[in-house]
Design a protein around this ligand. Structure first.
Ligand SMILES: Cc1ncc(COP(=O)(O)O)c(C=O)c1O
Length: 414
């Protein structure tokens, strides 16, 4: 009889030359965090929303929607490949009201895409098929873009200036003035990951004319809608300006953060063009792309989102849910900054540039510290951050702010 050990000797595998790629540091840190016995341990790397008890935040509006869905006893037939019409329209309404020009002129299409990451992936396929095969990303930016857009040439535009500790608008503007007309530029809509620095409305007002003159194409990543300014209406300011100025764009939406429905995350790709005619044709391609990448979307998450957004009462509850998270983040941000300020005063040396920290927003805080410090925080203090010292403020608890800042002091000043 063949045993498992002699099977592997006799029967070679064609995968024996496969080498591993580095594992995802964020997911690795989750495992180390789970096994740590340090009572003060903090996992600030993963971008999920936690409350003061270190439990995942659950939105009241989502629970109410789940009850409605459960009671409706919906069947489980295949959905349309581009997703439920009510999901697509309610998500689209977050960005464009039904009476907006792009909607009344039928120059827009919205397609359900599993998650926000999948929306970006479908977007990459659309670019590959129909547009110049190159995308510009901000420097710094979210790591997974590199793989998502790997079928395209990638270049980085100046965004965060580490020396000045600020967002470098002048460098960005002169860069996008210089690159070829019609370039495709990825812009994170709000709560920039990882720098926590977003353009202000006044800065967007300077960016819009350059996009218009140069006929650039915008790929907006809306993974944190509502969290940049604390208001969805204010967060979508650039999208409104781009639309009013007839700048074509794609928007990649994720519900993970603004519904706190991480396990039932859903996303959508929205395409806004200047002409109606290609929209219907493009839709047929999106169906083919979605079918080849992931076939059908699961409906559970999209039913939750469309039930919440499509019901006036639930929508109000949702806005309160969002407000609760926004206030929690704001409070923790201020507490961390005040504690850093106190420790800096005590030591007579600024621990981290305070003006830089005060200029940040969204769900993250960015410390801009080196890898050695990030590793030491993990190894010595069981505090897990992302590369560069990006931390999710919603992973922190008020009674651990002091421990966090004292640990940071130890790592940075000793
Ligand atoms: C900047 C950015 N874009 C896109 C995504 C992906 O969203 P999703 O989790 O829905 O795939 C994330 C998730 O963390 C993100 O940070």
């Amino acid at each position: 009889m063949e045993t498992s050990s002699n099977t592997s000797i006799k029967n070679p595998t064609r995968f024996s030359k496969v080498t591993s790629v580095p594992t995802n540091k964020i997911f690795d840190s989750m495992k180390i965090f789970e096994s740590s016995t340090n009572p003060n341990k903090l996992n600030l790397a993963i971008g999920m929303l936690f409350n003061e008890d270190q439990n995942l935040i659950e939105f009241q509006s989502v629970k109410m929607a789940e009850k409605i869905i459960h009671e409706a006893k919906l069947n489980k037939e295949y959905p349309p490949i581009q997703g439920l019409p009510e999901f697509n329209s309610t998500v689209q309404n977050l960005f464009f009201s039904p009476d907006s020009k792009v909607v009344t002129e039928e120059r827009i299409l919205t397609c359900h895409t599993i998650t926000g990451g999948a929306a970006l992936r479908v977007c990459a396929e659309v670019i590959l098929k129909f547009l110049p095969k190159k995308i510009y990303l901000s420097n710094l930016t979210w790591g997974p873009y590199k793989n998502i857009f790997s079928s395209l040439e990638i270049e980085y535009f100046p965004y965060y200036n580490s020396e000045l500790k600020k967002l470098d608008l002048e460098a960005f503007l002169s860069y996008i003035e210089k690159i070829e007309n019609g370039s495709i530029i990825n812009l994170q809509l709000s709560s920039h990951n990882p720098t926590a620095l977003d353009f202000t409305p006044e800065q967007w007002d300077q960016i819009v004319p350059v996009f218009k003159n140069k006929k650039h194409f915008a790929v907006f990543d809306a993974a944190y809608l509502g969290y940049g300014t604390g208001s969805i209406e204010k967060d979508i300011y650039p999208i409104k300006q781009f639309a009013e100025n007839n700048i074509e764009m794609m928007i990649c939406y994720s519900s993970a953060k603004n519904f706190a429905n991480f396990s039932d995350d859903v996303g959508a790709l929205i395409v806004v063009l200047n002409k109606k005619e290609p929209i219907v044709k493009l839709k047929t391609h999106l169906v083919v792309i979605a079918r080849s990448l992931f076939s059908f979307v699961s409906l559970y998450g999209s039913r939750i989102v469309s039930t919440v957004l499509g019901n006036e009462e639930l929508r109000e509850v949702w806005k309160k849910d969002l407000q609760g998270v926004i206030e929690r983040i704001l409070k923790l941000r201020l507490m961390v900054i005040e504690e850093i300020e106190r420790v800096s005063r005590e030591r007579g040396k600024e621990l981290i540039n305070l003006e830089f920290l005060r200029s940040q927003g969204g769900i993250y805080m960015f410390l801009d510290i080196n890898e050695g410090c990030v590793d030491k925080l993990a190894e010595t203090f069981s505090i897990f951050l992302c590369e560069g010292g990006r931390l999710n403020l919603c992973g922190l608890q008020e009674d651990k702010v002091k421990y966090f800042v004292e640990s940071l002091k130890d790592v940075l000043l000793n």
